[in-house]
Design a protein around this ligand. Structure first.
Ligand code: PLP
Length: 365
């Protein structure tokens, strides 16, 4: 049997009728950017997150960059974040002229460790970006505690955690701002690029609306610097509206797949990182194994695709060579990067595929 790492066609097929209606409606409407679908999606997504404001943008990296700008991050400032989250926050921090500073991750969850954040903070820290990595909520409240009353903003990167909950609040509702990507592989994915920033404060929402469109307040009047074009188009907004009502069901499906893998791996050296809880939405099923590369080869020989999220820590990337970052102990991140492996986990996986992956990891791990 062949098991793909992901198969986006299955999500398309599950919502094909609605998507076709949606595409026809938008194409025949004559309004293609920031129209009624866009405005409705902003309202519906804000509601879903339990917040008053969602500002749609062009992608998740723009969402991070505009969020950092919105909280006043620029040259001379530092942005504390995890080193194992794929480089998106580093990219955004560098784009606003700030310096990324890396704090280590918790050994159980592989998300940002509040204790390590405490060691990474400085007089120059303007923001901490907490990535809800793999679909798992990071410890936003713990990080707020170590920040105390210092003037440091907390931004949640929710690109992998649409719908995850912690203490009754959705991802995005715990920090000052929450950023999302709707890249097609995300739990809520478009048919192209898309992103959003969510927040509770009207002044931040106003600032973000200006930043995403040339700094404008209304047409042609520019009120803030560093504005640019980061708009979401009508087709993506309409597709996201069509898929939002099935997001919770898809998240359940993802969690159920991970539960099966966890049970299958129970008596093996493979450790599934995630615990069963609503604070995890199964964006990725990540496990640790001492012989990760050997295991991946064995699974590949048996037709099962795997991946590594992510194979490099941000500070070790060649592109980061010239960035002067303050060194913080990254022992856990350095240990995990050699051992992590992501297993297939996507809505629409068949029972036979799940069973085959379970049997194979039990046999090979
Ligand atoms: C954690 C995280 N943050 C940010 C992004 C950036 O999103 P985008 O690809 O839409 O720019 C991604 C995804 O690709 C991501 O996984």
């Amino acid at each position: 049997m062949r098991v793909l790492f992901n198969d986006l066609k299955r999500q398309y097929v599950a919502t094909a009728d609605t998507i076709h209606d949606t595409l026809t409606r938008v194409a025949s409407s004559g309004w293609y950017i920031m129209g009624p679908e866009h405005d409705a999606f902003e309202r519906e997504f804000a509601d879903y997150c339990g917040l008053p404001f969602a500002i749609a943008v062009a992608n998740g990296t723009d969402a991070l960059e505009l969020a950092l700008r919105c909280v006043g991050c620029g040259c001379e400032d530092e942005v504390v974040t995890a080193p194992n989250a794929g480089g998106y926050t580093s990219t955004a921090a560098i784009l606003v002229g700030a310096t990324p500073v890396y704090a280590d991750v918790d050994s159980k969850t592989l998300t940002l460790s509040p204790d390590s954040v405490a060691a990474a903070l400085s007089e120059r820290t303007k923001a901490v970006v907490v990535t809800h990595l793999f679909g798992q909520m990071g410890d936003v409240d713990g990080i707020r505690r170590v920040i105390g009353n210092r003037p440091i903003s907390v931004i949640e990167d929710c690109a992998q955690a649409h719908g995850a909950m912690a203490n009754g609040r959705r991802a995005g509702a715990l920090g000052d701002l929450g950023t999302f990507s709707f890249y097609p592989t995300k739990n809520l994915g478009a048919l192209g690029d898309g992103g959003a920033v969510v927040c509770a404060r009207e002044d931040l929402a106003e600032h973000l609306r200006a930043l995403r469109q040339y700094g404008w307040q209304g047409r042609y009047k520019s009120i803030v610097p560093y504005g640019r074009n980061s708009r979401m188009d009508e087709i993506q907004a309409a597709v996201l509206r069509a898929r939002l009502p099935v997001l919770d069901r898809w998240n359940e499906e993802r969690r159920a797949i991970v539960d099966c893998y966890r049970a299958a791996a129970e008596n093996s050296p493979l450790r599934i990182v995630h615990r069963p809880s609503r604070s995890y939405v199964g964006h990725l099923c990540v496990a640790l194994h001492e012989e990760r590369d050997r295991l991946r080869e064995d699974l590949a020989r048996r037709g099962i695709d795997t991946a590594v999220h992510y194979p490099y820590l941000d500070p070790h990337q060649p592109a980061m060579k010239t960035i002067q970052w303050r060194k913080v102990d990254l022992t856990v991140s350095e240990y995990a990067v050699e051992r992590i492996v992501s297993l297939p986990c996507f809505p629409g996986m068949s029972d036979a595929e799940i069973k085959y992956v379970c049997e194979t990891i039990a046999a090979c791990a």
